[in-house]
Design a protein around this ligand. Sequence first.
Ligand code: NDP
Length: 452
Amino acid sequence: MTTRHDTTTQLDALRVEIERRNPAQPEFHQAVHEVLETLAPVLAARPEFAEPGLVERLCEPERQVIFRVPWQDDRGRVHVNRGFRVEFNSALGPYKGGLRFHPSVNLGVIKFLGFEQIFKNALTGLGIGGGKGGSDFDPHGRSDAEVMRFCQSFMTELHRHIGEHTDVPAGDIGVGGREIGYLFGQYRRITNRWEAGVLTGKGRGWGGSAIRPEATGYGNVLFAEAMLRERGEDLEGQTAVVSGSGNVAIYTIEKLLALGANPLTCSDSSGYVIDDKGIDVDLLKQVKEVERGRISEYALRRGASARFVPDGRVWEIPADVALPSATQNELNETDAATLVRNGVKAVSEGANMPATPGAVHLLQQAGVAFGPGKAANAGGVAVSALEMAQNHARTAWSPARVEEELAGIMADIHATCHETAARYDAPGDYVTGANIAGFERVAEAMLAQGVI
Ligand code: NDP
């Protein structure tokens, strides 16, 4: 009989081997470690999953594409960026996952994001595999024309690898509606096909789904509320700290306000804003989405209730709920200790892997409800899958219908994680619940489809 000790030894050896074969990819190592350290109980209980090769195959991308992206700026100078698409696992459906444009992007970052995406997409129950892509291009300070030329060059190579039945990218950091528009236009031009389902996050008037921009933030707030309800509470009247001020953060704040909570902060890479009256989401949208400005401008325009704290960390502001919504490893062990000291009840990850492993352990040990990103922020990719369904049927659902579907999917994900954690002797541990539930779905499909 296989014991938990045997499987732990097997998984430890695998982790060491993965680190050896993928040097200098710390974020990928972190994401793999975080999943493998929770799988021992399921491999012991279901020995078919422990068979040699299954977990190894899961940790090795099916395909990794790296390409040159040359483009000219407005002064005619040539720049050369690097493009990536990691097609990680297609056992459950076409590869699905966003594109990130940020100077910190490298192969290890894209692999970490693609790996997380496999489990997240499995949790939605919607038949989508896992992938991720992007570039080390920095859109900050670039004109629309420069962003368009970059997107056109990026798609000129990427188009060979994607398609509605193959690989369906979407947005992520630095890639919003504007970039998806330029990317889609170039795909259509090169292929001479109206293939709406090749990209998600499109504009409403040309194949985009209602509620897609809102979905990640709204979904995370619904997940946080579901965790609080397990403890007999809800979000009404609770204070919240939110980091970031992009797509996820804005719609997190909007949904918190709609549910009667009080979001006190938002941030960007230069610092944070604290607003004693609660963030004014319309002003935030105006500054960030319309004017593409910095959040310091929000504080200047909001009046006496708000101030900008350069280089500060939102986690120093006492609140009932914390929703990290900017980037990976933005909430460390020291931040977690501060949150606990200030009485935080729930932390739910809008961003991917924003809490470091030390922070996660500390929060869980302190009894804080912790929602891991692969469950809590799955609303975005779920509505992307609904966008693909609408594209396929050549129809467009009402905002009310999509929002209802999103609420149902987030409730299902929460229930699945909660029940799975309890089934594997880890009640209330959403990290274990999400990892095992996502793993079971992918592993079953991989076993059924043979060694490929
Ligand atoms: P946006 O580009 O819209 O916004 C990103 C925000 O995070 C900006 O405020 C940005 O500030 C800040 N930020 C980014 N990198 C850093 C950094 N290194 N240090 C400090 N601040 C940083 O991205 P999204 O809102 O779409 O994505 C945010 C997170 O949510 C990411 O982790 C993403 O992977 C995750 N996510 C997004 C989904 C989506 O549907 N968009 C779906 C699921 C997860 P600045 O402008 O100063 O860089």
